[in-house]
Design a protein around this ligand. Sequence first.
Ligand SMILES: [Ca+2]
Ligand SMILES: [Ca+2]
Length: 494
Amino acid sequence: MVATRAGSVLLVGSLVGVGLAGPSSATASSSGAAGVEHRVATASSQFVPPNLTLVAGDTLTHTNLDVLEHNVVSEDQGPDGSPLFESAIIGAGDSAPVEGVEQLEPGVYPFTCVIHPAMSGEVEVVEPPADVPQVLLAPVPGAFQLPVAMAQHPEGDDLYIVEKTGTIRAVRDGLLFDPVPVLDISDEVSGDLEQGLLGLAFSPDGDLAYINFTDTAGDTHVVEFEFDDGVLVPESRREVLSVEQPFTNHNGGTLTFGPDGYLYMGLGDGGSGGDPEYNGQSLDTRLGKMLRIDPRASGDDPFTAPPSNPFAPDPDDPEKVIPPGALAEIWAYGLRNPWKFSFDAETDDLWIADVGQGDWEEINFRGAGSTGGENYGWNHMEGLTLYPGRPEGAVEPEGHVPPIHVYDHEGGSCSVTGGYVYRGEAIPSLQGAYVFSDWCDGRLRYIRQENGQASGETELGVTVPSISAFGEDHDGELYAISLGGTVFKILPLA
Ligand SMILES: [Ca+2]
Ligand SMILES: [Ca+2]
């Protein structure tokens, strides 16, 4: 799969390079290198996803996750009267190729199920991208112990790498590994796969640093330090908040200051599997949430919730309706494990990669104008469909914000690792693309967003084993972090 994709990218790139872009490149691509394999599922008598974007020459497979028999059949016919594309009728758990898709010219093609004509979907076939970015991965100096996050101080070019084992290490000016940790709480952290020191954010003025870790009992803590002389000052330590964790997994971990100057924090549903405590949809717990706080102490309060939060009392708006018991610090809910999220440095849009249960990995998108309160659906929804293990009788929540992009676990993927929208200058053809990966397959890929709709995935043709995180520097350049101990800067190939 990786080799196929890389080959296809290189072919397209080389065709463009010799001036064969245009209609001829689509033909060359479909008759030459194999295209990317896409998948459409049928579940709950729907096509998932209902709309697909393919590059000419790509292939499509139909997987039936429903109890009923289905197929995929084009509504349009060719000159001989047969459908332009069609899969065999298959039963639950089976997959079949959708024959003919790889021959389609650019255009939009509605399809249905021959047995259930009420089901509908659409394939959009587009020309191969004129300029697929070609990148390489350059290791940043230093050997790191289980790195899981990166932050850059607002001043200067030092990179701060968060090690799950409880230390933070600096790469001075992005070039020189500093062997002395800038923080060491390794005797305080727990060590399961999703536990440890997980997040770091510097205050916008650079005077304070906030970390997120799970303690030896597994509970989450956000702690504030003064930042001075390139280190987190141990004596200045102050607890901002803590969250009891019922299970070792799904602890979220990312901390980042939003464009509004508030601290955002992603928290998983508590863990185990299927959200047994029903935390995602409960507004009286911090678990399964995105929090938004002013992390500075105010009187006896170790932090405050901005009145503009959806469930926070607002002195300027006495009519504001707040559900009983809803926590003021909640910004959004219905999340399973938002391990990584980020803001677009140019547009301020919020991107949340939410790790899925068994079937679907999610990329969620919310535009900069959001006033919060989004319900991302878990545990009623997984991806675009009802979660099979949802509480009895549970339906799609009112106002559910569906993911902008989903992918399944075919081909060895298992758990989304969210990244950033690229706003650097080194790779012009990557400008504006949301770059992300998957913990199990490590393949770097991107989608593009326009009017709240995402394009299909495009692969960058490079792989980072055990990819735990991405990082972004002041120049908008991106980094990919392997839990194995290497931090890579993503650079143009030429
Ligand atoms: Ca947990
Ligand atoms: Ca969701």
